[in-house]
Design a binder for this molecule. Structure first.
Ligand SMILES: Nc1ncnc2c1ncn2[C@@H]1O[C@H](COP(=O)(O)OP(=O)(O)OP(=O)(O)O)[C@@H](O)[C@H]1O
Length: 166
C-alpha cells in the first residue's frame, strides 16, 4: 500500500513537470509571494474544494502590473494534484471566451520545503457567478452583494455556460 502511494505521487510529479515544461510559461514561488503580499489573508478572495484563491498583482517585465487571481492548491486534499494536472492540460488545449483564462502555473516547493502548486487566472472583477445567482440573505453580506439579475440576463448567462460546456 505504501509503495503504491509513493509510486502514485512520483507519477503525478513526473506528469506535472512534463506538463509545466510544455507550457513554456511558469511562474516562481517567490514571484507569487510578492504578488500576493506573502499569501496574506487580506488578499484572500475565496475558497474551493481544492484550495484557496488570493488576489495578486503581478509585475511582469516592464509592462503594466497585472491583477490576477492566484489559486493555491491544498495538496493534502485527495484529488487536488490530479485537478492541477487536468488544469495544466486545459491550459494548453482550451481557449474559450466564456472560460476564465489561466495565465500561468507554478509548481515548486514552498519556504518549508513542501510541494507548492498554484494557477494564476485572469482576475474577474465581478467575482463568483454563484453570488449573482444566489444573493446572500444575511443583511450585512447583502449590502455588498450584486443586485439580482433579470430574466434576460439569467438566460444569457445560461446560454454562455452551455456554450463553454459544449
Ligand atoms: N479568476 C477569479 N477572479 C476573481 N475571483 C475568483 C477567481 N477565481 C476564483 N475566484 C473566487 O474564489 C472562489 C473559489 O474559487 P475556486 O476556483 O477555488 O472554486 P471552485 O471552482 O469551487 O474550486 P475547486 O475546483 O477547488 O472545486 C470563487 O468562488 C470566487 O469567489
Amino acid at each position: 500500500m505504501l509503495s503504491f502511494a509513493v509510486d502514485h505521487t512520483c507519477t503525478y510529479f513526473r506528469v506535472d513537470r512534463m506538463l509545466i515544461d510544455m507550457l513554456h510559461s511558469c511562474i516562481s514561488y517567490a514571484t507569487l509571494l510578492r504578488a500576493t503580499d506573502g499569501l496574506s489573508e487580506a488578499n484572500l478572495i475565496g475558497a474551493g474544494c481544492f484550495g484557496v484563491v488570493y488576489k495578486g498583482v503581478l509585475d511582469v517585465d516592464d509592462t503594466a502590473p497585472l491583477v490576477a487571481a492566484v489559486k493555491v492548491f491544498n495538496l493534502l486534499r485527495h484529488g487536488a494534484a490530479k485537478c492541477f494536472i487536468s488544469g495544466c492540460e486545459a491550459l494548453r488545449n482550451i481557449k474559450h471566451r466564456n472560460l476564465v483564462k489561466i495565465i500561468t502555473a507554478c509548481s515548486s516547493v514552498d519556504s518549508l520545503g513542501n510541494d507548492f502548486k498554484a494557477f494564476v487566472y485572469e482576475y474577474m472583477e465581478k467575482a463568483s457567478l454563484e453570488k449573482w445567482l444566489h444573493p446572500p440573505t444575511d443583511i450585512e453580506e447583502a449590502r455588498e452583494a450584486p443586485k439580482s439579475l433579470n430574466l434576460l440576463q439569467t438566460l444569457s448567462i445560461a446560454i454562455d455556460v452551455a456554450c463553454a460546456l459544449d
